[in-house]
Design a protein. Structure first.
Length: 487
């Protein structure tokens, strides 16, 4: 469905769910909730919730999915409305909540281990039974501002912001009873706090304090001791309303630096020290959303409008590829089965990406040099089985005495990301290693990477431009060369 505003989606199983706003002027009938087949993009169902409060009901909003149920509401714009549970397979209503909720557009529900819903409203936190929508308990509290009311969950504890005279505090709530257990000290002054908390897989609580003020804006890590919150470290964070943060599979923490243009930083989870920095991520409005896959690859939308874009990076934040997605706003990214990545833009722009995996060589030739040992399969895996080539005769000293051509077939005609990865070592010092890719337009090899050869195994990844010149049209053939010359 075509949309004029991009919004965050969610994936469960083989379905993708999202609200698409096609008429911004029609508050109650200009947005629908849709379900799509994750593999094909085919629409499965669409839904408009009942208008219970004609004077105040807001747009249809999808706020979570769990155990085959999609949760949606017409709350928004500081107005309350009911929460609906919809059957994920067909969109039919399962139940309407006993009490109303007042979530904002960028907020979502979270879940206990048993699947019950933890709902952060502006004025309270509420536990709702997933079975029938009845309220288990309600704890009154005042959130600092809209879009900062969501509750992060770890074990039997819920973590939420509460407004305070010395700035927002992190409250810890017992999810069985709704009792306030303890809270942090205030993090800076002020009340504006337009993004929620996060808990890492080790139970570390991360509080991204942001109100566009260098005196108050810090990414703060806490240890929950069971009797209180103890600060581990804090990092001076850039302004990033409506953002999300992430923890990688190795425990690294990803947040945003105070740089112009904005950048992502990778932090040591123990000390908060900066491990890596990303390249600049220009955006006309920076409200980043981030997702990390099981291999540690980082995907980030910058939240921009005219400069909206999706960036793909390695775990160390080096660039893999990027693509412009105008008006991406809060439209992703979200990861699903088989590594499927979905990002939403405006118009009919819902994009699904799937990593086809590595392309293994299907042949090689020794352009220069003398064969010593190994075979094609020696090029497929990182192990001690190697293709060994010794230096050969050259007509002049400018020619590399060792040059190996490698051939393959690209999985796509126009891949979004094309890299050549080589693991190699040399047996003597004073050699330069070069990696080249064949340019089908110029019918010549272009140099991508040049560095000293290593006596120990050295893995080098060279980025190939994705301008279409390096994949042969029609056949999708690709060629690479690794060569060595005297330094």
């Amino acid at each position: 469905m075509s949309a004029v505003v991009a919004q965050q989606g969610a994936i469960e199983g083989n379905r993708f769910f999202v609200a698409r706003m096609f008429d911004i002027g029609d508050v109650q009938q200009g947005t629908l909730i849709l379900a799509y087949d994750l593999a094909t993009g085919a629409e499965i169902w669409r839904k408009s919730l009942p208008v219970e409060f004609p004077a105040t009901d807001w747009r249809n909003m999808m706020t979570g999915v769990r155990n085959g149920v999609v949760y949606a509401t017409r709350a928004g714009n500081t107005n309350s409305s009911y929460l609906y549970a919809l059957d994920a397979s067909n969109g039919n209503t399962v139940w309407r909540s006993q009490n109303t909720v007042d979530q904002s557009t960028t907020e979502s529900v979270t879940f206990t281990g048993s699947g019950d819903l933890v709902i952060g409203n502006f004025g309270n936190v509420r536990l709702v039974r997933a079975l029938d929508g009845t309220t288990v308990w309600t704890r009154n509290r005042s959130a600092p501002s809209s879009d900062g009311s969501s509750v992060a969950v770890f074990g039997n504890h819920g973590y939420t912001w509460e407004a305070g005279s010395s700035g927002p505090t992190v409250d810890v709530i017992d999810l069985t009873t709704g009792t306030l257990l303890y809270k942090s000290a205030g993090i800076g002054g002020g009340f504006v706090q337009q993004l929620g908390l996060m808990v890492g897989p080790d139970g570390t609580v991360y509080a991204p304090r942001t109100q566009n003020n260098t005196l108050t804006d810090f990414f703060v890590a806490y240890t929950d001791t069971g009797s209180g919150l103890v600060e581990k470290w804090r990092y001076p964070m850039g302004y990033c309303p409506f953002a999300s943060h992430a923890v990688g599979p190795d425990g690294s923490v990803y947040t945003y630096a105070r740089t112009t243009p904005p950048t992502v930083v990778r932090l040591d989870p123990v000390s908060g020290a900066v491990i890596d920095n990303s390249p600049p991520l220009p955006s006309d409005f920076f409200q980043p959303r981030i997702a990390i896959d099981a291999a540690g690859k980082v995907f980030l939308t910058n939240g921009g409008f005219s400069q909206g874009a999706l960036f793909a990076m390695n775990a160390n934040l080096t660039h893999r590829w990027s693509v412009n997605i105008p008006n991406v706003n809060l439209g992703g990214p979200v990861l699903g089965a088989a590594g499927t990545l979905i990002v939403c833009g405006t118009g009919s722009n819902i994009r699904a990406y799937r990593d086809p995996g590595d392309t293994l060589p299907n042949d090689y030739t020794i352009f220069r040099g003398l064969y010593e040992s190994g075979n094609l399969q020696s090029l497929w895996n990182s192990e001690d089985d190697r293709l060994v080539v010794k230096n050969g005769f050259v007509a002049n000293v400018n020619e590399p005495p060792i040059a190996i051509n490698v051939f393959g077939v690209a999985p796509l005609q126009t891949p979004a990301n094309y890299q050549i990865r080589a693991e190699a070592r040399v047996s003597t010092v004073g050699l330069t290693q070069e990696i080249l890719a064949f340019n089908w337009n110029t019918q010549s090899f272009d140099l991508l990477d040049s560095r000293s050869g290593s006596l120990a195994d050295q893995t080098v990844t060279a980025n190939v431009p994705t301008n279409g010149n390096y994949v042969q049209a029609g056949t999708r053939l690709i060629r690479a060369r690794i060569q060595y010359r005297r330094t």
